[in-house]
Ligand binder design. Structure first.
Ligand SMILES: NC(=O)C1=CN([C@@H]2O[C@H](COP(=O)(O)OP(=O)(O)OC[C@H]3O[C@@H](n4cnc5c(N)ncnc54)[C@H](O)[C@@H]3O)[C@@H](O)[C@H]2O)[C@H](O)CC1
Ligand SMILES: [K+]
Length: 493
């Protein structure tokens, strides 16, 4: 596998087609040659991942993805593997028809798939049904084949994109192939890294098909994958004031847990000082035990003001509630002009009273909060997470973290980062509260909103992956605090 020099740059399907066009028209590499190279890349991935495989089945769609499959079959047979080829129909055209003919000329048979057919017993199923050309949910007969393949217990190698996954958005409009490995060609499609992708892509291998770096010259990627990063080393003469002061605002009566987690996370991420403005007795009672997490009883804007004056970053929303007290604090915090992170009820209050931020601001909605902020539905947000994240960043002039599988970080200027880490164990209560505190602490230590959100999401997800090494079930937010502190210091916990 070639370590693709652009593996962290993510493209839309339209951009990948533009790269294909350039390769064919400007570099003079015929489409069929690209297909042959794709087949080679796929076969070498198959041989490396399943060295014992002796018998494979290839399922070919009618488009060029199917063409890749036919040529893979030719090469696999030449390599001595036993190959069964199924096609959805006779409709291949262009390069795919040439590829199909090449398989027949090599003496290969093409069986037309019928849903009554039993799948052959093989070592690997190769999915060449749909690639970037998927337009909608696979039709019934194809869906039946996909479900049979998924149910077979035989591992799947997906060519370019697991069939049924939308390479642009990461959604699966219907059923989709669950691949153990996906080998993708020329460029990483952004839909392979968010939404439902984590369920169906398996391990992802990228192959540039031998194309020169000049091809990517001026097709700027639509998004970028986060790379591991951590905070710069501390100044030797640092004092508590050097590393900023986070004021966490929340904790309505009986809602102490969330704001406390945000405060804890801010401390573990290295904020010099963390104080909490709350009115829940529980947190106030904790002061003696946890002096580093200074909770202050606040009954309204008047008692909040002096705390605001001493802080340089605000984290607003965890356990804040949405009543009169909550709203008064929320408004005072936003009007202070201080850099802030807005989460949970802070976002719900924003949905009721939208505004464009002038200060450094980071919003951290999950899909439900994003839907409320957009005035739409969760389904609409998940239908195109990239568009939703960008729409929010533009509407509120803030950096937006759209949480979920493959969290997205959108900047009002259009830049977008994708988080490759995290796991389903993190869909537990309190995980979002940690992220709020992490991002606030990074802002407090001098990061701007874009850096704080990007670095914060990465540290949070990597801490979640470290903690999940002991199992994703039963993963608690507090389990992330120790690995978080290590990662902030560049120690791979
Ligand atoms: N373009 C290149 O130079 C290279 C492309 N590679 C491979 O080609 C595919 C993209 O091929 P394309 O023909 O555009 O699309 P697909 O094969 O993915 O298309 C499927 C085919 O089926 C039709 N279709 C789409 N959705 C449905 C549906 N839900 N139900 C029924 N039929 C559907 C659609 O009309 C298409 O014609 C790319 O992924 C690569 O695998 C080479 O590998 C590299 C060079
Ligand atoms: K495919």
């Amino acid at each position: 596998m070639c370590d693709h020099f652009h593996s962290h740059q993510l493209y839309t399907v339209a951009q990948v087609r533009e790269l294909d066009r350039r390769a064919i028209e400007e570099l003079g590499v015929p489409g069929f040659e690209l297909m042959r190279r794709a087949a080679w890349a796929a076969l070498s991935s198959l041989r490396r991942h399943w060295p014992q495989a002796r018998r494979i089945a290839v399922y070919c769609g009618q488009g060029n993805n199917g063409g890749d499959g036919f040529l893979l079959a030719v090469l696999a047979r030449e390599a001595g593997l036993q190959v069964d080829v199924f096609a959805l129909n006779e409709a291949s055209a262009g390069d795919a028809a040439t590829a199909r003919q090449a398989w027949k000329d090599a003496g290969g048979a093409v069986r037309l798939w019928r849903s009554s057919d039993a799948l052959p017993t093989v070592d690997v199923h190769v999915d060449a049904l749909y690639g970037t050309g998927l337009r909608r949910a696979p039709e019934t007969s194809v869906a039946a084949l996909i479900e049979a393949i998924n149910a077979s217990g035989t591992p799947v190698l997906a060519l370019d994109v697991p069939s049924g996954l939308d390479a642009d958005t990461g959604r699966t409009p219907g059923t989709a192939i669950r691949a153990e490995r996906t080998v993708s060609f020329i460029a990483a499609k952004r839909g392979l890294h968010t939404g439902r992708a984590a369920n169906v892509v398996g391990s992802l291998e990228l192959d540039a098909l031998g194309l020169p770096e000049s091809l990517w010259r001026d097709v700027s990627p639509d998004a970028r994958l986060l790379m591991p990063a951590h905070l710069p080393p501390r100044l030797r003469d640092a004092n508590k004031g050097t590393n900023g002061h986070v004021l966490a605002i929340g904790g309505e009566h009986g809602m102490a847990g969330a704001i406390r987690l945000s405060g804890e996370a801010a401390l573990r991420t290295g904020a010099g000082l963390v104080s909490v403005a709350t009115r829940t007795e529980h947190l106030l009672a904790l002061n003696a035990a946890r002096p580093e997490l200074m909770a202050h009883g606040v009954d309204g804007p008047q008692t909040l003001e002096p705390l605001l004056a001493r802080a340089n970053v605000l984290a607003v929303g965890p356990g804040l509630g949405q009543g009169a007290w909550s709203h008064a604090l929320w408004l005072t915090a936003l009007d202070s002009g201080k850099p802030l992170v807005l989460d949970a009820d802070g976002l719900n209050l924003l949905a009721r009273e939208p505004r464009r931020f002038t200060q450094q601001a980071v919003l951290t909605p999950h899909p439900g909060e994003a839907a409320r902020l957009l005035g739409g539905t969760v389904a609409e947000v998940e239908a195109d997470r990239f568009a939703a994240a960008r729409a929010l960043a533009h509407r509120f002039q803030a950096v937006v973290v759209l949480k979920g599988s493959g969290s997205l970080i959108a900047n009002p200027d259009g830049r977008l980062n994708v988080c490759p880490w995290g796991n389903p164990g993190m869909a537990a209560g309190g995980m979002g509260d940690l992220l709020t505190g992490i991002v606030a602490a990074l802002l407090a230590q001098g990061c701007d909103a874009w850096q704080a959100a990007s670095l914060g999401v990465g540290l949070h997800a990597r801490a979640g992956d470290c903690a999940a090494r002991q199992g994703e079930r039963g993963l608690l937010a507090t389990d992330l605090l120790a690995p978080l502190r290590a990662l902030c210091n560049g120690i791979d916990a």
